[in-house]
Design a protein around this ligand. Structure first.
Ligand code: C2E
Ligand code: CA
Ligand code: CA
Length: 451
């Protein structure tokens, strides 16, 4: 090899090394640069074990932006992100890019959780300003995961893995979240995974049950229908509330299987009830975003042989708002088939009165929060009175939820509320107990059953 060839080889090797230490697109350091910086810091602190922090920032939903505006615009955004990060990190800190839309920091002077969170909030703010693409502006958010040396790992690889775990948790919780790694979050994530596995098994093995809670006419206390409520008793985890496992099933993408089973079980049970009783079933917000929902509900009704006119679906306002067009189409299709729609938990969340005028709903269920305060808090009584008056004008039936004693029932009746539900009238009970209850109490059912 001639000396000039040797020189060229050496030069290209240097170039290669320099390249692997820096990111060609943004000019930031690479993962190797970060690794070296962390190793040097750890060595420096070996004698003086002061903590330091590393962090990862990952842009939220960057892929759809890349797909929509094209790769050139995507690259431009990444460069602007890099520029902002470089401009705002503190002295002595390092910012690197680990490919794609992931950036990382080494923060020698951040020692504990609160400091890491403050840094995350500052960067989140900086990255939230619009990105100028010449002809348009784009807005982004970012999720963060931090790990503090040496608690979250003594070696670079372990420390980075902890930061990735923290980032993963942030991503799971939605956009723009900040997590600092700790034993606590590891335990929490283990519990969630354990719960998810148990729930998957419970759905497959058909272990989720449906209970029914009576809804009565407040005028004469007659049962007019039942709300179906999901119940899960796990052999290891014990009783798990639907308020926990329904959102989990939504989040992990198996709400369809769960909802289908619940609807099938509920309608099958309701087939043995007197025909005049309705069945009310909760629809999850994920179902209202899925265009296949109306056909799958109607298919189940068809298979079971349950009359759609006896079915009510309870939906919340937030669910309608998140994916308004799809939700409206689903509701229209179901209403056309004869299904009625209730607005659940009214009074909480947005409660836009305008939405009541959209002709989407047949019924409004006033949230338990108002009902339980009705005799102690004048404002709650006034609010219920106003809701009742409004619904009367719009031809909507009003159901009060969570009635627990006779005084509440009397007050609601006086305020003009037509239907009620709550422990005072009956706790949720399984299909067999519900049938026994109907046999004993429902007069017309006794006639019907002996006919
Ligand atoms: P929700 O639809 O507001 O259901 C009413 C909740 O209040 C039920 O809790 C019920 O057991 C409880 N409740 C009824 N009367 C009283 C009372 O007098 N006092 C008190 N303190 N509570 C009362 P549950 O069964 O734990 O359900 C919680 C939530 O989980 C439901 O709230 C609903 O949003 C959701 N959920 C339950 N079953 C299903 C289901 O099959 N599918 C879907 N998508 N969601 C469900
Ligand atoms: Ca409900
Ligand atoms: Ca409710």
């Amino acid at each position: 090899m001639s000396s000039s060839e040797m020189q060229r080889l050496q030069a290209s090797q240097n170039e290669l090394q320099a390249m692997s230490y820096s990111d060609p697109l943004t000019g930031l350091g690479s993962r190797y640069r970060m690794r070296d910086r962390v190793r040097i810091l750890a060595a420096e602190r070996a004698s003086d074990p002061a903590p330091f922090t590393i962090g990862i920032a990952n842009l939220d939903a960057f892929k759809p932006i890349n797909d929509l505006f094209g790769a050139t615009a995507g690259d431009e955004i990444l460069c602007q992100v890099a520029h902002r990060l470089k401009a705002c990190i503190p002295d002595g800190a390092v910012v690197t890019r680990h490919g794609g839309d992931e950036f990382a920091f080494v923060l020698p002077l951040v020692f504990e959780r609160v400091g890491a969170e403050k840094f995350g909030q500052m960067i989140r703010e900086v990255l939230s300003a619009p990105y100028d693409l010449g002809d348009r502006n784009v807005r982004l958010s970012a999720s963060f995961g931090f790990a503090i040396y040496p608690f979250a790992g003594g070696e670079f690889e372990d420390l980075l893995k902890s930061a990735e775990t923290a980032l993963y948790r942030s991503k799971r919780r939605g956009r723009g979240q900040i997590t600092v790694y700790s034993q606590e979050i590891v335990r929490e994530m283990r519990r969630a995974t354990q719960l998810e596995q148990a729930l998957r098994n419970a759905i497959i093995s058909d272990a989720i049950d449906v209970h029914f809670q009576p809804i009565v006419s407040l005028a004469n206390n007659h049962v007019v229908g039942f709300e179906a409520l999901a119940r899960w008793q796990d052999p290891d985890l014990g009783f798990v509330s639907p308020a926990v496992f329904v959102p989990l099933a939504e989040d992990r993408g198996f709400i369809d299987a769960l909802s289908d089973t619940l609807l099938r079980k509920a309608t099958e049970a309701a087939l043995s009830w007197p025909r005049e009783l309705f069945l009310s079933v909760n629809l999850s917000s994920a179902q209202l975003m899925d265009p296949g929902t109306s056909s799958s509900i109607l298919a189940i009704l068809g298979r079971v042989g349950f009359d759609p006119h006896r079915l009510e679906l309870e939906i919340t306002e937030t669910a309608v708002m998140t994916s308004a067009d799809t939700a409206h189409r689903i509701i229209d299709d179901l209403k056309a088939a004869g299904v009625r729609i209730s607005l659940d938990d009214f009074g909480t969340g947005q409660s836009s009165l305008g939405r009541l005028r959209d002709f989407l709903f047949d019924k409004v269920k006033i949230d338990r929060a108002f009902v339980s305060r009705i005799n102690s808090d004048r404002a709650s009584a006034h609010i219920i009175k106003a809701i009742v008056a409004l619904c009367e004008g719009l031809d909507l039936t009003v159901v009060a939820e969570g009635i627990e004693d006779a005084a509440e029932a009397a007050k609601l009746r006086a305020l003009g509320c037509t239907m009620g539900q709550g422990y005072f009238y009956g706790k949720p009970a399984d299909a067999a107990a519900t049938l026994r209850f109907l046999n004993e109490t429902h007069a017309s059912f006794a006639d019907y059953a002996t006919a």
